[in-house]
Design a binder for this molecule. Structure first.
Ligand code: HEC
Length: 130
C-alpha cells in the first residue's frame, strides 16, 4: 500500500514539474529531466565519471577543460589554458551554442536554444556543483 501511495505522489510531482511553466525562477527539477534526456547520453554529474563527455560534477565556477582524466580536444585545452571559466554567463552561452564559445570543440551537440529550458538545466548544474 505504501508503495502505491509513493508512486502516485511521485507521478503527481513529475506531472507538476512538467506543467509548471517557465514563469519565474529557474526550475532545477525540470533541468534534471532535460539533462537526463539530452546531456546524460554523454555526461554524468558523478565525480570522475566520464562518458563521451567529461563529468560535469562541480562544473559551476570552475575552469574549462579541467576535469581530471578526460581527454579534451585541443580547442578545449587551449580555452582552459587561456582562462575560460564556467561562470553562469559563459555556461549559458556555451549550452546555447557550444561552437560560439569554444570553436573546434568536439561536443557533438548543436545547442539548447530555448531560454527557459536552458535556465533550468543551468539551475540543475548549479545544484549539482554544491
Ligand atoms: C554527443 C555528446 C554530448 C552531448 C549530447 C552533450 N555534450 Fe557536453 N561535452 C561533450 C564533449 C565530448 C565535451 C568535451 C569537448 C571537447 O573536449 O572539445 C563536452 C563538454 C561540455 C562542457 C565543458 C566541460 C568542461 O570540463 O569544461 C559542458 C559544460 C557541457 N559539455 C555541458 C553539456 C550540457 C549541459 C549538455 C546538454 C544540454 C551537453 N553538454 C550535451 C559531449 C556532449
Amino acid at each position: 500500500m505504501k508503495i502505491a501511495v509513493g508512486t502516485v505522489a511521485s507521478v503527481f510531482a513529475f506531472g507538476l514539474s512538467l506543467m509548471s511553466g517557465p514563469v519565474g525562477a529557474a526550475d532545477a527539477e525540470n533541468g534534471e529531466i532535460l539533462f537526463k534526456s539530452i546531456c546524460a547520453q554523454c555526461h554524468s554529474v558523478e565525480p570522475g565519471s566520464h562518458r563521451t563527455g567529461p563529468s560535469l560534477h562541480k562544473i559551476w565556477g570552475h575552469p574549462a577543460g579541467a576535469a581530471e582524466g578526460f581527454g579534451y580536444s585541443d580547442a578545449f585545452q587551449k580555452a582552459g589554458a587561456s582562462g575560460l571559466v564556467w561562470t553562469e554567463e559563459n555556461l549559458d552561452k556555451f549550452i546555447r551554442r557550444p561552437r560560439s564559445v569554444v570553436k573546434g570543440n568536439k561536443m557533438a551537440y548543436l545547442g539548447l536554444r530555448d531560454d527557459a529550458d536552458r535556465a533550468d538545466v543551468l539551475e540543475y548544474l548549479k545544484q549539482m556543483s554544491q
